[in-house]
Design a protein around this ligand. Structure first.
Ligand SMILES: [Zn+2]
Length: 240
């Protein structure tokens, strides 16, 4: 199986923008007592997770990204855990719930608000799901559009799975912090995937060590081409 990174296709002239539509809730950052990191992860997003049943005072805490002490972070994480998918990676800065706010512009069939957030027009998502792809769960946005024909956009909730191959990371890198998981390594210029870490049951997912990277299988790429869906490009990533 070949694997591809999903990136935005900027050549098509779409103007879609969801800058003013953030996920409703999130785990705050954390002051880590071990590594002293700012402790916020980017790219862990679970838009289908509904926290609205939690008490209002807790939702207020889950709407403020300001770093909190370890104990408070762990308390909030355990509040959220039963409502999140079993395999969810719950790090500081993980976001939940539908994007809420306002949006504007024209969107392709597929759309990336940033390199780690993949959205699709509802019809496009349904056609992809109908073609038997695995790992395509999506949720409607809670976004108002000014345009008359506002798009019906859904955001994909991607499982975090798979990692980069250790050989493409600096050999002298420090292991991730045992308390918070913070890893100071940044994405190498050239990278490839660790074959033994890749999920066999998903056609789209994000990496656990670099959640900002969205990876699709060849099956997903073929389906997008077959259905003539636009908005994203696929760049092949080696697997070893
Ligand atoms: Zn730490």
């Amino acid at each position: 199986m070949r694997f591809f990174r999903v990136i935005e296709d900027k050549a098509l002239g779409y103007t879609g923008d969801l800058t003013n539509a953030a996920h409703k809730w999130g785990l705050p950052g954390m002051h880590c007592p071990t590594c002293d990191s700012p402790g916020g992860w980017t790219g862990l997003e679970y838009p289908c997770v509904d926290l609205s049943g939690l008490p209002a005072r807790e939702l207020k805490r889950l709407s403020n990204g300001w770093p909190v002490p370890l104990e408070e972070f762990e308390r909030l994480r355990e509040l959220v855990r039963p409502l999140a998918p079993q395999d969810a990676l719950l790090k500081p800065g993980t976001e939940f719930g539908p994007r809420t706010g306002t949006g504007s512009g024209r969107f392709g069939h597929l759309f990336m608000q940033n390199p780690w957030s993949l959205l699709a027009q509802r019809e496009a998502l349904e056609r992809l799901q109908d073609s038997g792809l695995r790992g395509l769960q999506g949720c409607a946005l809670d976004v108002r559009f000014r345009a008359k024909n506002s798009p019906e956009l859904w955001e994909l909730q991607l499982v975090a799975s798979g990692r980069l191959h250790p050989d493409c990371l600096p050999p002298d890198r420090k292991p991730p912090c045992p308390t918070c998981g913070w890893d100071e390594v940044s994405l190498p210029g050239a990278y490839w995937l660790d074959a033994s870490s890749l999920p066999g049951h998903l056609d789209i997912f994000r990496l656990t060590d670099f959640p900002t990277l969205i990876i699709a299988t060849e099956r997903m790429v073929d389906a997008v081409k077959h259905l003539k869906l636009d908005g994203v490009l696929f760049h092949e990533v080696d697997v070893r």
